[in-house]
Design a protein around this ligand. Structure first.
Ligand code: MN3
Length: 209
């Protein structure tokens, strides 16, 4: 039996990120969108397992885009929920992570500006990430299309992802993605981002520059 993925629980109520992200958006996003990726991923993996048993290579190849899309959707949203925290509960970027942001982007504000400048024009649906490059031991900003997961498609360890699909903001911000991007920094869980940064830099073994 293929492993069954499950929808993770949120550490906060759907309405806890208001007024930055409405409870209605959070509920739909988690219960409908993320849940849909989990359901479709499990279905695709089950079919894949059957195709493998049948040595049906065509079927295995045909299933890959569904696994990439729904598996990516599950990976990305599972990180996204933990990257968020109610206003006043996410801490501040500090320590080695803050040093890297200051070093690469001039200042924390410089980082936010650069991140938003790259996230705003993502065509159609996608994500913008702060990732950690194990080779260079440095943080970098990278956008991804659709549900492409950052590590599998770019080799960067995800630290902080912002969902720029319309379903993430449309009910509240309509078509004005830059307003959503401007507001979301109020509900970033920097404690979670810092933990991911520490794990990523320890995993990849080198000392932080
Ligand atoms: Mn989404």
């Amino acid at each position: 039996m293929a492993h069954k993925y499950t929808l993770p629980k949120l550490a906060y109520d759907y309405s806890a990120l208001e007024p930055v992200i409405s409870g209605e958006i959070m509920q739909l996003h988690h219960q409908k969108h993320h849940n849909g990726y989990v359901t479709n991923l499990n279905a695709a993996l089950e079919k894949y397992e059957q195709a493998e048993k049948n040595n049906d290579l065509d079927a295995m190849i045909a299933l890959q885009s569904a696994i990439r899309f729904n598996g990516g959707g599950h990976i990305n949203h599972s990180i996204f929920w933990t990257n968020l925290a109610p206003k006043g509960h996410g801490g501040e970027p500090q320590g080695d992570l803050r040093k890297q942001l200051d070093h690469h982007f001039g200042s924390f504000d410089g980082f936010v500006q650069k991140f938003n400048a790259l996230a705003a024009p993502v065509q159609g649906s996608g994500w913008c990430w702060l990732g950690f490059c194990p080779k260079s031991q440095q943080v970098m900003i990278q956008t991804c299309s659709n549900q492409d997961p950052l590590y599998a498609t770019h080799g960067l360890i995800p630290l902080l992802g912002v969902d720029v699909w319309e379903h993430a903001y449309y009910l509240q911000y309509k078509n004005v993605r830059p307003d959503y991007l401007k507001a979301i920094w109020q509900v970033i869980n920097w404690n979670d981002v810092a933990m991911r940064f520490e794990t990523a830099s320890n995993l990849s073994g080198g000392s932080i520059k």
